[in-house]
Structures are given as structure tokens and as C-alpha cells.
Design a protein around this ligand. Structure first.
Ligand code: GRF
Length: 224
């Protein structure tokens, strides 16, 4: 920022792996597309690349290894307290590969976002690209959505499509989808941090207008 002051809006990002989406969010904060600071990156896995990305950006990191806890509830409780220590305005799941309990989710209702590599509501859960190929779909994609207790079932916000070609394997599709994720996640986070994106009673709203069941379709020629 030109004043040298850090924005006051605070984001905590949860990861489990490579953190390429985290990187797109870090970059968007640095170039002031998102007017917020990422105050912590928390991983449930040690030694993942996403932690290195955070450290390189001078963001505090924390590893909370789910294998150190005897139950999902205990892990989630610990995670919840760790996140609350950073007083976030927004919590972003960026390749965080743990199912969260409804107790956890309800604590962050309306300020918890996830990105899922399918055109929700199609293909909730795992192996989304293989399932789209097996079904003979002509397109695949990715969706940013608010998180509710139902896995990958919260209200969609923003969606990007990619074409499936007959020679595509799941890895090809994953790579193509990921490049779109790096565009739509910062865009959705920006809306949230600017106060334009909200969620209430299982619905998402942009500028007070309800968003439809597939989310807003991302237009690469008009990047919102
Ligand atoms: C992305 O494909 C995302 O949709 C899914 O996990 C992957 C994370 O990739 N939830 P990365 O760790 O951000 O590179």
C-alpha cells in the first residue's frame, strides 16, 4: 500500500499440500487486488510446499498434524482455537484435505470459503476429474463456495469452466483447472474483503443480490 500500512482485514489460510492457490492469494494481497493481510497459514501436514511459500512471504505458519489427535473432534477443537488466536475476518480453505466437523464450521459461518475442483453441485467429494471424464462430460471446472456442514455442499460463489478434450487424462484436466482456480479464488476473496460477498441462511449474495445455485460464471474476458 502506498501509505506503508498493512490492511486491517485479516485472513487465515488452511492448506494440506502444494499451496498453489495460497500463492495466488499471497500474490493478490501483495499487489493490493485483495485488500487484506494473510496473518497465518496453517497446515495439517508437515513439510508441504505451501508452508515454504508462506515463509517466503513472511507469513507465520503453524502445523497442526491431525495424526497427533485421537479424534476428529479433538483435532478440530485445537484447530479452531489456533485460528481464533489470529482473529480472522475470513478463513480460506486452499487444498485443505480434511473433512471439518459441523461444530467447527458453525463457528465460522459466513466467513469460511473453499475451492472445489468441479462444477458444483456436480461431483462433490474426491476424484472429480476422473469422474467427469468417465461420464463423458464436455466440460469440467472449479467452484469457490461458502462452507457449510455438508461436504462441498455450501452455496457456490464463483465458477470457472474448462473444456474436456477426448485425449484428456485426469492430470491434464487438473492442471488446466488449477490455472482457473488461481484466477477465481483471489477474485472471490477480493469480493469478500471489499464487503460485497456475504452469506446468510444457506445462500450467497454479491452486492446484496442472491447468487444462483451454480455460482457466478467467471468470464475470463471480463475479470469482474
Ligand atoms: C485444488 O485443486 C483445489 O481445488 C483442491 O485442492 C487442490 C489444491 O491445490 N481443493 P493447491 O494445494 O492449492 O496447489
Amino acid at each position: 500500500m502506498s501509505t506503508g500500512q498493512k490492511p486491517t482485514f485479516r485472513i487465515v489460510v488452511l492448506i494440506s499440500g502444494s499451496g498453489s492457490n495460497l500463492q495466488s492469494l499471497i500474490d493478490a494481497c501483495h499487489n493490493n487486488q485483495i485488500k487484506a493481510q494473510i496473518t497465518a497459514v496453517i497446515s495439517n501436514k508437515p513439510s508441504v510446499k505451501g508452508l515454504d511459500r508462506a515463509t517466503a512471504a513472511n507469513i507465520p505458519t503453524l502445523v497442526i498434524d491431525h495424526r497427533d489427535f485421537s479424534s476428529r473432534q479433538k483435532f478440530d477443537q485445537h484447530l479452531l482455537e489456533a485460528i481464533q488466536n489470529f482473529s480472522p475476518d475470513l478463513v480460506i480453505l486452499a487444498g485443505f484435505m480434511r473433512i471439518l466437523t459441523s461444530d467447527f464450521v458453525s463457528q465460522f459461518e459466513g466467513k469460511l470459503l473453499n475451492i472445489h475442483p468441479s462444477l458444483l453441485p456436480a461431483y462433490q467429494g474426491l476424484d472429480t476429474h476422473q469422474r467427469a471424464i468417465d461420464a463423458g462430460d464436455s466440460k469440467a471446472g472449479t467452484t469457490v463456495h461458502f462452507v457449510t456442514p455438508e461436504l462441498d455442499g455450501g452455496p457456490p460463489v464463483l465458477q470457472a469452466e474448462v473444456a474436456i478434450s477426448p485425449t484428456d487424462g485426469p492430470q491434464d484436466l487438473a492442471a488446466r483447472v488449477l490455472t482457473m482456480e488461481h484466477k477465481i479464488y483471489p477474485a472471490a476473496a477480493q469480493w469478500f474483503c471489499d464487503g460485497r460477498l456475504t452469506s446468510q441462511n444457506g445462500k450467497a449474495f454479491l452486492d446484496g443480490v442472491v447468487i444462483g445455485k451454480n455460482g457466478i460464471l467467471f468470464d475470463i474476458n471480463n475479470e469482474h
